[in-house]
Design a protein around this ligand. Structure first.
Ligand code: BGC
Length: 845
């Protein structure tokens, strides 16, 4: 944190005082039923209806218009990595001051991010590569399904396997660090351009998915860099700009209250730290007025003190705004190590050596920075590492030698894909959500004719790499299917299978005729029934089933304009549905779509196929033909109207675009904890498809809910017992307090997987902002043959049952009843039970 934030301390005190004496929310009704019974959706709706919504007011947002100073930066002790910590200490002891500065400063080289080698110590340097769904700048590497798709599978095993294969590919390409996974953005804003790189707006689902991914990556000896810390919830004004008069207009400030920070945005980072993530990338935006890579409250306070993070904080590319100030605020590495495009000047590098020599930076801090970088390096045994693929330098913007440092370059074009396409295909299907299936339209049974429509069905015509978006071209390329999004989260497609080619191949087995029209303009202008200018008819006869493929592009650097799928998609669906009464819509989308045509009776089935990666066509054909029974569930809510998401809008306006005020870009997260389903549930709003929803070709039942205490309830204290902080924070927060068992049964005639979901209804906290009605706190995916039953288990940890009390700065299990709800979506609750861990002994502040 720089001087600016220090200057804000008095403001903070006034703001806090105001907060304490200001209006507070009145508590909601306390739910008193203690019986375990079936709760259907109507019951839940009634239940929700009696909970009176409270008017939103910007009260707690005032609390953090500035970010309190937290200094000094706590040194790592290598917790969990003890032997590697010792090895790193010896290494650090052998370095000169210049070499220390070198290890924390990026330099031009063959990868997206490079740390130069120190040959005299046998150190080959560090190669960092994007990104979260594959090696972006590489040949012969896989393009996996996006994080969003992985989340939609709700399958820990598949998510782990994806991380494992990603790690395997990065290692064999010589990349020490994978710049991912993404948990920021979390997905507060439906329109945000990078939501698809991460998992879900639900922090529990995101936290679980991130942990599995990190464990998968790191088991290959590759470092994961969990990003972007924190509140990187929109692309617009993520970087500073220059006004017409030449003033620097600072990046957007995400203004978040402390409770929301902990229960939403910090939550998944805690999961990552808990499983030993090596690195965390700080974000471009400001948080409570202080830049993400210079925010001492967040880096020194939340991350390194509260969560006990032992690894290093690396800047997002170009997100470093100072040398000594950023270092003191907790930043450990500057990437790419240049100011703007000038590769020879960094805020770190020589500036840090000078700062140590002139006494403005203690050597102990530099030692800690290097120690934090080198401990995971030794822990993952990276000193014996495959060479960097020789194609990498060329792909990285043609950055060819000579560089300042020698890099361990190997031959080019190493093929690292192995059999990974099988997992990609499987996860692509597993992350596809069946939203509607009227009269069992799907799966297809050897139709005589299929019509394929829409510009998302066919092959790419503008190349196989989505470099990014721009304000002029927000929708990406017009023709070709969308398997991944754009920007640094993309990957070059090594061998894309399109929906159309996979459908044709599969249809040929049944002698099905496949006709297609992939030009959206032609579809809408022709109305299909009208003949072509030359008198011929476009599609004849009317197909038995019409498959409409839609896409929604999104990319780093740009936010979405609307929630409609791109290229006039609503008209495309309406046109095809007017002509064909058995229309199946498939979306390949980088995020939420509103679906105004969902109730059209001629739209008989809808599949949200997200971003499936390189096997896109095979993944969707497996679902369409019933090779794979759909089991994906929405990791977000599909609301009735785009305006229903207005509780968290993009910050942007003409006034802001033209401002001369450096501080004008402010985004108050005044909805607090109520994003996505938490908002819709709290305000009892109807939605089109709720969070956690997804159909199957079979049906399931959940029964026999049993909630067991691990400890006798009287032994559960409201506060966690104090314990030394390790990675993930107070160890006691991770202790299991309850075990929930239920039986899940496949009632139908085909085998399939179901996702049993556990939600908690935590009580309202008097005087506090609203607590969500329902929060996800468990999920289990179970594969069941027809007629088969299995037990599912959910472990509830102390953190799962707690809220963040910002006054005492601790997690607290609230007094009163906690409703434990088990079901198949956030609004399809099958059973519930009540627990009262802190019966009659409320925590008194
Ligand atoms: C992105 C990061 C990425 C980095 C390196 C930045 O613009 O925000 O996510 O890892 O570039 O490409």
């Amino acid at each position: 944190m720089g001087a600016r934030s220090w200057a804000c301390v008095p403001t903070l005190m006034v703001a806090t005082a105001l907060l304490l004496f200001s209006f507070s929310w009145s508590p909601n009704l306390v739910l008193t039923t203690t019986t375990t019974k079936m709760v259907s959706t109507p019951f839940l709706t009634t239940l929700l209806a009696v909970l009176s919504p409270h008017k939103h007011n910007r009260v707690y947002a005032n609390e953090f218009t500035s970010s309190p100073p937290v200094y000094p930066s706590p040194p790592s002790r290598g917790l969990g990595w003890e032997w590697a910590f010792t090895q790193a200490s010896y290494f650090v002891a052998n370095l000169t001051l210049e070499e220390k500065a070198q290890i924390v400063t990026g330099t031009p080289g063959p990868c997206v991010g490079n740390i130069g080698a120190i040959p005299r110590l046998g150190f080959d340097g560090i190669c960092m590569q994007d990104g979260p769904l594959g090696i972006r700048l590489a040949t012969y590497a896989s393009a996996f399904p996006a994080g969003l798709t992985a989340a939609a599978s709700w399958d820990r095993g598949l998510i782990f396997a994806r991380g494992d294969y990603l790690g395997d590919e990065f290692r064999r390409k010589g990349s020490h660090v994978l710049l991912g996974p993404v948990v920021g953005p979390l997905g507060r804003i439906a329109y945000a351009g990078r939501n698809w790189e991460g998992f879900s707006p639900d922090p529990y689902l995101t936290g679980e998915a991130a942990a599995q991914t990190i464990m998968g990556i790191q088991r290959n000896g590759v470092q994961a860099s969990l990003k972007h810390f924190i509140a990187n919830e929109q692309e617009t004004q993520r970087l500073p700009t220059t006004s017409r008069n030449g003033t620097t207009i600072e990046s957007l400030s995400s203004n978040i209250d402390d409770r929301t920070m902990h229960e939403l945005y910090l939550w998944p980072f805690a999961n990552g730290v808990r499983v030993g993530v090596s690195s965390i990338m700080c974000s471009y935006n400001r948080i409570n007025s202080s830049y993400g890579c210079q925010n001492s409250k967040n880096l020194n306070g939340l991350l390194k003190t509260e969560l006990g993070f032992q690894g290093y904080v690396v800047s997002d590319w170009g997100a470093t705004h100072a040398g000594v100030d950023a270092v003191n605020a907790g930043l450990d590495m500057d990437m790419p190590g240049s100011i703007g495009w000038n590769a020879n000047i960094s805020m770190f590098g020589g500036n840090l050596t000078r700062a140590v020599i002139n006494g403005s930076l203690p050597i102990s801090r530099i030692d800690d920075m290097v120690q934090r970088v080198m401990t995971p390096y030794f822990f993952l045994r990276q000193q014996h590492y495959p060479p960097i693929d020789g194609r990498s330098p060329l792909l990285n913007n043609g950055n060819l030698p000579p560089w300042r440092h020698r890099f361990n370059l190997g031959p080019p074009d190493i093929d690292v894909r192995d059999g990974h396409a099988d997992l990609i295909r499987e996860l692509g299907s597993a992350g596809t959500v069946l939203l509607k299936n009227h009269n069992n339209t799907l799966p297809l049974h050897a139709p005589r004719t299929i019509g394929v429509f829409g510009n998302d069905a066919g092959d790419l015509v503008d190349g196989v790499y989505f470099s990014g978006g721009s304000y002029d071209q927000p929708y990406g390329y017009e023709y070709g299917t969308l398997p991944v999004g754009g920007g640094s989260g993309a990957a070059r497609l090594p061998n894309l299978i399109t929906p159309l080619e996979a459908i044709k191949l599969r249809a040929a087995r049944d002698g099905t005729s496949v006709q297609y029209l992939l030009n959206n303009t032609l579809i809408t202008e022709s109305s299909l029934s009208i003949s072509r200018p030359d008198g011929l008819t476009y599609i004849v006869p009317v197909p038995e089933v019409c498959l409409v493929f839609l896409k929604t592009y999104a990319s780093e650097g740009v936010d979405r304009h609307d929630l409609e799928a791109d290229w006039n998609s609503n008209s495309v669906v309406n046109t095809v549905a007017a002509y064909c009464n058995n229309t199946v819509v498939v979306t390949h989308s980088a995020g939420i779509n509103d679906m105004p045509w969902a109730n059209n009776p001629n739209v008989t089935a809808i599949l949200a196929a997200h971003l499936p990666g390189e096997q896109s066509g095979n993944s969707i054909v497996d679902i369409l033909y019933g090779n794979v029974n759909p089991s994906g569930k929405l990791p977000y809510t599909i609301a009735l109207n785009a305006t229903d998401y207005d509780f968290a809008r993009l910050t942007n306006s003409t006034r802001l675009q033209e401002t001369e005020d450096p501080n004008a870009w402010q985004s108050d997260f005044s909805e607090g904890l109520l994003i996505d389903y938490r908002h819709f549930d709290y305000y009892n709003k109807s939605v089109r498809f709720e969070f956690g929803f997804g159909l199957s070709y079979t049906s399931f039942e959940l029964s026999d809910l049993v909630v067991q205490n691990i400890l006798p309830e009287r032994e559960i204290t409201a506060l966690p017992a104090a314990a030394p902080v390790g990675p993930g924070g107070n160890d006691n927060l991770w202790a299991n307090l309850y075990l929930v068992n239920a039986t899940v049964t496949n009632l139908g005639n085909v085998s399939g997987a179901c996702v049993s979901q556990l939600y908690l209804g935590l009580p309202q906290i008097p005087g506090e902002q609203p607590t969500p009605i329902n929060v996800l706190r468990g999920f289990e995916k179970t594969y069941l043959r027809r007629g088969e039953s299995q037990t599912v288990q959910f472990w509830l940890k102390r953190r799962d049952l707690s809220y963040w009390n910002s006054t005492i700065q601790n997690w607290v299990i609230p007094a009163g009843e906690i409703i434990v709800r088990a079901g198949f979506s956030s609004r399809d609750i099958q059973m519930q039970s009540i627990i009262s861990p802190i019966r009659g002994r409320p925590f008194a502040e």
